[in-house]
Every structure is written in C-alpha cells, then in structure tokens.
Design a binder for this molecule. Sequence first.
Ligand code: AQP
Length: 333
Amino acid sequence: SPRVFSGIQPSGGLTLGNYLGAIRRFVDMQDSGIETLYCVVDMHAITVWQDPEALRRQTRELTAGYLAAGLDPARSILFNQSQVPAHAQLAWIFNCVARLGWMNRMTQFKDKAGKNAEKASLGLYAYPALMAADILVYHATHVPVGEDQKQHVELTRDIAAKFNHDFGTEFFPMTEPVIEGAATRVMSLRDGSKKMSKSDPSDASRINMTDDADAISSKIRKARTDPDALPSEIEGLEGRPEARNLLNIYAALADTTVAEVLAEVGGQQFSEFKPKLADLAVAKLAPISTEMARLMQDPAEIDAVLRAGSERANALAAPILKRTYEIVGMVGA
Ligand code: AQP
C-alpha cells in the first residue's frame, strides 16, 4: 500500500522554495488520503554547523510551518528525526551497502562542500545514505520533493536494489520521487541560475515564510529581471531565467499554469507584473506566517505534537529495522 515520507532540514527559516516545492505538495498528499509521514530532519541539519539554540528554534519553527500550511497531526505523522533512532541505525547498514563511487557523484555534496571538501563533515558526505534510511525505514513508496532532491531519491533506489540483491530478498521497495507542479525549482531572486535556499547569505535572494507583507513586496520589487516586456507564450521565456522564475512562482501560488498566466500578463512590463505578484504572494503567505507566529508562542504545544508523532513513527519503524537486522544476520534482534 502507498506510503508517503518526506522531510525538511531545520537548517534555517523556511523559504518560499520549501513551501512551493515541498510543503504544499505534502499537504496535497495528506489531503488525498494516503498515509503520510513528514519529518523535521534535525540529524541532516547538523551535517553543517548549527548553533544548538538556533537548532531548537528552527526545529519548532519548521514544525509550526508544517502545521500553519495545513498539515494535520491527526492525519499525518509529524515528528523529528532524532527521536526515532531507527533512522540512524538503518543508515549505518546503508553506509555499508552504498559505494563510495555512488556518493562521489552526488551534486549536492559538491555544491555544499564547495572547493574545500577536505573540511566538510563526514556526515555531509554520508547524508544521502541517511536519507535513504529515512525513507526506507517506513517502506515509503512515494517521496514528494523539489527537483534538487531527485538524485538522492535515485540513490535511495540504488541502495534498496543493492541491499535486495546482496541479501537475496525483495524487502525494500523501489521508492518513486514525486516532483510536480509549476515550482519544483524556485530560483534565487538575485540570480536566476541559483536555487532559492535557506542558507544563502543574501536575505534578499529569498522570501522567508516569516517575512511580513512589506518585506515580501520589497524583495519582489527588487528581484533581478531583464529589461524586456513579458512574452505572451512560454517559448518567449527561453534564455530568460529570472522572468521564468517569477512566472513559475506566480503560477504555483495561483494554482494555475505558466501558459495561463502569460495569456493574461503577456506584453506587460515587470513594473506592472511585479506588484501583482507581490499582492498574490502576500495574500497566500500572510495567513501562514501569522499562524506560525501564533503557534510559536506556545513551544510546549509544538513539542507535544513532535513527541506524539515520534511515538507513532517509532512504532512503524521498529519492526522494519528488526527485520532488516535479521536479514543481515545480526543475532538477538
Ligand atoms: N528552491 C527550491 N525550489 C523548490 N523546492 C525546494 N526545496 C528546497 N529548496 C527548493 C525542497 O524543499 C525540501 C526541503 O529541502 P531541505 O531543507 O531538506 O534542503 P535543501 O533542499 O538543501 O533546501 P535549502 O532551502 O536549500 O536548505 P539549505 O540551504 O540548508 O541547503 C526538499 O524537498 C527540497 O527539494
């Protein structure tokens, strides 16, 4: 039976990219009645340095973002990764299944480690094996993610296939990435060739889910664009990454397609289009940020949601880990 797992790192504040590429999809899948697990992947976050106080705050804020965007703890299991030890335990097994050559091809490691890979943590390198464990410890069949995570989900399938082959079993399923919608890759507002990211040093490059209406409007007004008017057909966006990005964002927020948006705004200058985009973004995001702020006033309530979710997640993961240990030959499981 289908089961959905996905997660987000509490490595900063949520961005519009996380919302459109991930959280909104999470809500759609929850509402379609499939069993869903959504995780705050705190162990992934510490693959780069996190101040402990900031990690606590970001974990609660991300959970508040899940809740404010429409995830319902009665219908989805909402929890944080560190409280379900089976993730780390299965990750060790997968560290022994995955090959160095596979890990060396991971573009996210190369991007995040940068030129000085010798100084990156071992955890950052092993990140995709932990992600495979996150997914497979629930036998999840579907993983809603943004485009940037496609390679990691493919690696998850490679790990499952090698495990199954090595141990002569069909224990782990072949998980499908679910990459859908107009905003599977939201780009930086300052550079149309870079992904919008929580950890970008420039705050102007992203819209944060906690930005107020003025900040959202001003960032969109100042977003980098070319000087031409908007085309009336998609082909006209060729070679215009910044224009395409703003249209993708508009289409995703309005729940429509870029073609339909262009049919309306084609021929307009950015000076005319940007205020419309800003109004739409404020209308869609303000209710979520208001609700996040309200939830953040009661951290104990947020912690209780995570605790209850972790218990349910543990109950699902424990038998799968136990069976994995048996397959591998660990005595006593
Ligand atoms: N710009 C984006 N467009 C569409 N989807 C995105 N996602 C992230 N950025 C965009 C999706 O959000 C989910 C959670 O991502 P993550 O927190 O696990 O890590 P990330 O992909 O590395 O996101 P960030 O914001 O760039 O974080 P940092 O700066 O810490 O690395 C994933 O489904 C991702 O695809």
